[in-house]
Design a protein around this ligand. Structure first.
Ligand code: PMP
Ligand code: GLN
Length: 380
């Protein structure tokens, strides 16, 4: 078989989590919480299963959940989104991204992505017959140079994929970033996929910001989020996409033949929690800021240099004072010899880079962070 994705192997998340498990290392690599989800959510899921909500959900998702998403968006962003025609529930943000890309990208189209980029964008673009155009964001602040982006736009450019708050760097767009993006999309007739899975995890008095708050952008955007992140249940693989009615209709044509619909009982359970405990979502920023601050404080004075973290549950560190290994080998060594697993940054970029930066996930219990930091403090 001639591979359609010849350059693709096992993802770094699978590889590092497996290595961590083999060596009994603390796993701060793949992004997932090591603490249990809200008991009321687990109870709600149980009840929904036992109540018999176990058959196919409607193709776009159960109406109760779409209604709750619409209410959440209004509460957080002050924007109206139609639950019937503009919200589609998907099997994780991964499915939403894949479907939105298939809906937009045609053979020969160019898609702008910012490196370091989340790993699922490029394969999805290539399967649609498109080509990614990579623009590198650079340490320490990983900001976008919008004038440079404009210079990379050609008559084949179809789509820009953005991700704020940004995995893996923790960078968060400012109002000026959103305005510049809206301006480019509008003037060049592009589309946008805005990956906002970490939307509720922004720190230091930042407010969640979304592509949907900029009308010129919203009308040409698919906006993607994930309940796996928001409710600490990455294994439930439940997310959603909002887009204007006509774009959502195209999205649903594809979604209905990729999965048709997503896990029914979890949709009802999350709808129930959004209704009865919305503070779980609005309190997420404070919850993770406390973890970021703890982790940063535990690492202060160590040989690892902390980079800024404005959002997400990821902390970048520069290890050049510790080792001359490249970041991939350093992560292997750190996992097998020090007992802490991390993700090397260079794997998120197309350009070969001489990176000495790695990513830790701090969505962990206090004692996990303390144990990891104790091991990292011993590095010199
Ligand atoms: N986009 C980004 C930036 C992510 O970090 C993740 C999760 N790692 C996803 C999309 C996928 O989310 P889900 O697990 O809901 O498919
Ligand atoms: N999004 C998670 C991360 O960045 C990993 C998801 C996956 O394993 N595919 O760590």
């Amino acid at each position: 078989l001639k591979s359609k994705l010849p350059a693709v192997g096992t993802t770094i998340f699978t590889r590092m989590s497996q290595l961590a498990q083999q060596h009994g290392a603390l796993n701060l690599s793949q992004g997932f919480p090591d603490f249990p989800a809200e008991p009321r959510l687990l109870d709600a899921l149980n009840r929904q299963v036992l109540a018999g909500r176990n058959q196919y959900a409607p193709m776009p998702g159960v109406p109760e959940l779409r209604q709750q998403i619409s209410r959440l968006i209004e509460r957080v962003y002050g924007v109206q989104v139609c639950a019937d025609s503009e919200v589609t529930i998907t099997s994780g943000a991964t499915e939403a991204l894949f479907v939105a890309i298939q809906a937009l990208v045609r053979t020969g189209d160019e898609v702008i992505v910012f490196d370091p980029a989340y790993d699922s964008y490029q394969p999805a673009v290539e399967l649609a017959g498109g080509k990614t155009v990579h623009i590198q964001l650079c340490a320490p602040d990983y900001r976008v140079d919008w004038a440079a982006v404009e210079r990379r736009i050609s008559d084949r450019t179809r789509l820009i994929i953005v991700n704020s708050p940004h995995n893996p760097t923790g960078m968060v767009f400012t109002d000026l970033d959103w305005q510049a993006l809206a301006d480019l999309v509008q003037r060049h007739g592009l589309f946008c996929i805005s990956d906002e899975v970490y939307e509720h995890m922004v720190f230091d008095d930042r407010k969640p910001q979304s592509a949907r708050q900029y009308p010129a952008l919203a009308e040409r955007s698919f906006i993607v989020s994930s309940f796996g992140k928001t409710f600490h249940v990455t294994g439930w693989k439940l997310g959603y996409c909002t887009a204007p009615k006509l774009l959502s209709a195209e999205f649903r044509k594809i979604h209905q033949y990729v999965t048709f619909s997503s896990f029914t009982p979890a949709q009802y359970a999350i709808a129930e929690l959004l209704d009865t405990a919305p503070q779980l979502v609005t309190g997420l920023a404070a919850f993770y800021q406390q973890k970021r601050d703890l982790f940063q404080q535990l690492l202060s004075g160590s040989a690892l240099r902390l980079l800024p973290c404005q959002g997400t549950y990821f902390q970048l560190v520069d290890f050049s004072a510790v080792s001359t290994l490249d970041d991939v080998r350093f992560c292997d060594w750190l996992t097998t010899e020090v007992g802490v697993a991390a993700i090397p940054l260079s794997v998120f970029s197309r350009q070969e880079q001489d990176s000495r930066i790695i990513r830790f996930c701090f969505a962990k219990q206090q004692h996990t962070l303390e144990q990891a930091a104790a091991r990292l403090q011993a590095l010199s």
